[in-house]
Design a protein around this ligand. Structure first.
Ligand code: RP5
Length: 167
């Protein structure tokens, strides 16, 4: 298993304009004690770097790649083409745009043989991508699994408190 200082999760986004949304992904990973490798790499503007990044990720200790992009969002699929690591795709709503439906379809509609685990558009998806990455890592990390149990328990308690407050 990679040491704690070696990032196990990579968070890649197509542009610095995606960072505002993806900060919630990075923050969620940090709450689980993970320090991700964070990169801005574009499938269209820096395609060679994208391929090189994906091809070398596993040898650098990365176990899960989270890839976020807007518009014709090919980043997650382009990375998945070059690695056997699980790739989680986060479709983003770029401005001006059509609400992220463009990115959702570009990310989720992968041809058979090259899956991308696609989460919801925008901030909810960014957060869920982090949790899904933790769930993947937790299969081989009991401490991380315990943190997930605690996370779910707290989440349920928060809903129950809101329910009780309604009277
Ligand atoms: C995508 O195009 C990026 O992921 C971003 O969501 C969108 C717009 O990029 P910028 O023009 O803001 O750099 O590749």
């Amino acid at each position: 298993m990679a040491t704690e200082k070696t990032p196990q999760v990579a968070v890649v986004m197509g542009s610095d304009s995606d960072l505002k949304v993806m900060e919630s992904c990075i923050e969620q990973l940090r709450e689980f004690g993970l320090t991700p490798e964070v990169r801005i790499i574009s499938a269209h503007r820096t395609p060679r770097i994208a391929a090189e990044f994906a091809e070398t990720a596993e040898s650098r200790g990365i176990q899960v790649i989270i890839a976020a992009a807007g518009m014709a969002a090919h980043l997650a699929g382009a990375l998945a083409a070059w690695t056997t690591l699980p790739v989680i795709g986060v479709p983003l709503a770029a401005e001006p745009g059509i609400g992220g439906l463009d990115a959702l379809l570009s990310t989720v509609q992968m041809p058979p043989g090259v899956p991308v685990a696609t989460v919801a558009i925008g901030k909810p998806g960014a957060k869920n991508a982090a949790i899904l990455a933790v769930q993947i890592l937790a299969r081989r990390d009991p401490a991380l699994r315990n943190k997930l149990v605690e996370f779910k328990t707290k989440q349920a308690q928060a809903i129950q408190q809101k329910d009780a407050a309604l009277g």
